[in-house]
Design a protein around this ligand. Sequence first.
Ligand code: FMN
Length: 357
Amino acid sequence: MNPVDVADYAEHAKATLAGDVLGYLDGGSGAEWTLRENTAAYRRIRLRPRVLVDVGSVDTAVDLLGSSLAAPLGVAPMAYHALVHPEAELATVKATGAAGALFVASMFASTGLVRMAQAATGPLWMQLYWLRDRGALLELVGRVEQAGYRALVLTVDAPKVARRARDLRSGFTLPPHVRAVNLDAELMAASHVAEAGVSAIERHSRERFDPTITWSDLGWLRERTRLPLVLKGILAGEDARLAAENGVDAVVVSNHGGRQLDGVPAAVDALAEVVDAVAGRLPVLVDGGVRRGTDVLKALALGAATVLVGRPVLWGLAHSGAAGAEHVLRLLREELEEAMALCGRPTTVEVDRSVLG
Ligand SMILES: Cc1cc2nc3c(=O)[nH]c(=O)nc-3n(C[C@H](O)[C@H](O)[C@H](O)COP(=O)(O)O)c2cc1C
């Protein structure tokens, strides 16, 4: 089968990946209500096209924190790309550069951060969880700066990893060849210990993530890095305002792809509240449930500066390595171009809430 849309890649992943890996990739937390909402909410939003506009050329480019992107698209930070393909992040980084998008590496990437930087042809950001071991956290930040990453993305919706039933049922454990190579092996050991009915990922986060951090700790990190700081996992306007007041450079509206607190709204349904709260002080990104170019257009219309895409990129990687990941991003970009043309909005600056019906 030659995939013609992201849904085809999703089907292929379902049919071919091992059960425990598929569960880790596609699954969510709790009853997976938020997971389902992330995609369902986009289906509920309607478009309102204008006609007889010159759409002979359509330009999807945007600027984001000093970088220009050919399309308002990025790859969301996802741990362990090696779970689905041996070329892992090297393939996805290359694919992302070729598609003119932003790559956000996970703190739990299975490829060295210098190798990712060397393979990158576009902007590269690094995601962090706040470790109890602040020495290890700072040491990583130093290496990230040195390697030329352009921003740090602190994930704030996971003081601990939520219970995910699919991983508990499979007793999900990382295979020995899949490792978070940018962190000390001792720090990561718990992720490799198999135990029936236990998710090794969840147990590891309980041991290693610091659940006590607050807004005042953010200042500690802010003072120790010159890189822009992005907070990922914002859903409330109050927190977006606090981010702006605490020296944060951008926020990502996200519910972690339905993998953290179940019962929160779809990311796209939380977007307008955050955009209105920051009132232009910071760029607002969004992720969760983006599967079509029209979804990207809807997010932009609600005020997103750029949209991050998670699972679809790993479905593409699983299908055919770098080529598959790049095709997924290109499909989204081409579908966005088509949607912009058919809506009579040939540039991203013309995409505002009047696009929505
Ligand atoms: C397999 C997988 C691993 C993930 N790992 C991380 C991670 O290490 N750090 C993080 O901040 N978010 C992580 N996420 C969440 C994504 O960054 C993103 O919020 C989510 O996948 C977006 O939703 P989507 O998959 O529907 O596009 C992960 C998501 C998946 C599916």
